[in-house]
Design a protein around this ligand. Sequence first.
Ligand code: ATP
Ligand code: MG
Length: 262
Amino acid sequence: MIKIKGLKKKLGGKQVLDGIDLEIMDGEIFTLLGGSGEGKSVFLKNLLGLMRPDEGSIKIDGQEITVLSGEDLLKVQVKVGMMFQGGALFDSLTVAENVGFGMKRLTDRSPDEIKTLVKKYLKMVRLEDVENLLPEKLSIGMKRRVALARAIATQPEYILYDEPTTGLDPITTSAVCNIFLELRDKLKLTSIIVTHELETAFKVSDRIGLLHNGKICFTAPTNEFKESKDRYVKNFIEGNTGGDHAEKEKDPIRGDRDEIKQ
Ligand SMILES: Nc1ncnc2c1ncn2[C@@H]1O[C@H](COP(=O)(O)OP(=O)(O)OP(=O)(O)O)[C@@H](O)[C@H]1O
Ligand SMILES: [Mg+2]
């Protein structure tokens, strides 16, 4: 279980996180919605110990991580997989090397074992025969799934996703969402997704929260969230579906097809 209390972080003179309180239950998919620049990525970086909060507490399985560093922090980080915004694959490594990276670094598995597991995890995200390709040869949707395979390859208990479906076409989005559900149901993974995409949030989440002005201003099970009369929730939902979708216009990679680039 992850317990966050009074989490605060100021960056560049701005109070980005201003007292976040949140509990994530084991086995659930929790989505944190929020507009661009609201602090979603900063929130995840704090959870992963990549950024230290100014104030507050983050307990993962009862262990306070805000005070850990070095080996002790690494031990907790092993429990938490992360799929970074945009995938963040290593460009000079092949798909197989990318997916096997964490296993090589964090476990004592043999190269043969790693090879077999890489294949298994790629298959789980519905990718085959791409092991030897460099990321530049892949479409955005494929890169996203390689990043997902890399995140699950170290068999974490928790997995954090930063905008996992932004810029994907509806079919690939749906495929990625199904993978999230499968990971919850088959591997009992606990997931935290941050996104501004309602469609993804509504499709996969057990609960949804809304980040606004540095606080989680509303949290509810998905159906209740959808129907909520809360002013901020209504604004966010109506703004997202109100036709002029600025985020999507900004995004140059819509219409991505799941193909290997020639
Ligand atoms: N390292 C940093 N130094 C200074 N300011 C930062 C840093 N990282 C983030 N910020 C600022 O913190 C705020 C929140 O950024 P963050 O990246 O968390 O937003 P976000 O909700 O993830 O947005 P998006 O949906 O566009 O990804 C922004 O104003 C950003 O400029
Ligand atoms: Mg972000």
